[in-house]
Design a protein around this ligand. Sequence first.
Ligand code: SF4
Length: 472
Amino acid sequence: MRRTFLGMPAFPEAAARAVADPVLRANLRHATHTIRDKRARAVAELDDWALLREAGRRIKDRTLRHLDTHLLRLEEAVTAAGGTVHWAEDAAEANRIVTGLVWATGEREVVKVKSMATQEIGLNEALEAEGIAAYETDLAELIVQLGEDRPSHILVPAIHRNRGEIRDVFRDRMADWGRPAPDDLTDAPADLAEAARLHLREKFLRAKVGVSGANFMVAETGTLVVVESEGNGRMCLTLPETLISVVGIEKVVPTWRDLEVFLQTLPRSSTAERMNPYTSMWTGTTDADGPGAFHLVLLDNGRTAALADEVGRQALRCIRCSACLNVCPVYERAGGHAYGSVYPGPIGAILTPQLRGTASEADASLPYASSLCGACYEVCPVAIDIPEVLVHLRGRVAGRGGRGHRLERAAVRAATWLLDHPGALATGERAASAARRVVPSRPPGSGAWTGGRELPEVPQRPFRDWWRENRA
Ligand code: SF4
């Protein structure tokens, strides 16, 4: 069983461990810089990128405002097309539904399309606990699964691994899961891909149940959409007799016209492609073509709570392109595991604390896992103002109290009073100038924040005095 994020330490501790690993840093730097440069070139090809981005933002906001209506319309359309819709309030309910559906087929193994929603709810672990084997078929997910690892990137879950490490994982572990890797396997990309292809092929041909997520759901026709690059998704979505899709409720778009915008912005933002190699769409069931039974599990798991937050709800616009991860200086150094969630990087720092809450130290640390440089906002194809949400969530964490935050709040209260009393502020400034030789150059304390910062030099005379004299 692959490792989960349960029991992970808070971000500062996990990040400190990660930055001490030079191989990990080199892997991440190489991969993120390659993808981000390609993305920039792909986006620059479009003259109307800014308009597409704005259209995406508006479509998502408009849809979220009337989410209940669109979901009911979707349910109606899926049902009319021969599918069955299930509603899951949380991870436990979703896992119960999927496990029950697989048991009902009599099968004990499923093939999976890469899906963030099923990782979020820990579906593989829930299935395994009930004696059902779940086989990941996306290449990077396969590497993570065989290596009993955790995913560290939304799009490239094994981004922390280099080719040599992947070859070792294939050589050591493939035989435990099915067809072994060739003895003379090299670390050439074509050889690794061929080994994975042969290993997976027998699973595709044998599987009777497929499990997927979806990138989008079109309410007007009840159509689900998966975009991918390898073709494994197409196999899982068409070959099995039963298809079960677990999808977050925010993935609905009202019409095909709305979908058009995202099918332009998502590939360029994620894989820097003009269009995805494979875009699979299905609507319910069709006689003698594809799965004969289709189940859609609509997942809430904290999304309704996020929707109720006026600032935080913009995180639900996310189309999981991962562009924000690839430009983030914190992610580049700390890597994905440090975020303690299947959603790493800037989007994880605002999504996880909203989906899971901030009760645990690990989740409460996430809004602070950022320098607030704003690079994530610049690249986001749906214009999520991630820095704004980070600051908002920091306010929520600080508002809860606790020793560190009591001090912070006392300091903010003192600063508020001082700025409200200009006379006292001027006296304080003059006193600081008079005592400038004894003012320390570093803030007091030896914490991680204070230890790494210097205080600004106190000027010989306060600016307001200089201004009074020189204004004329
Ligand atoms: S927050 Fe924006 S940039 Fe980041 S994954 Fe989501 S859509 Fe992409």
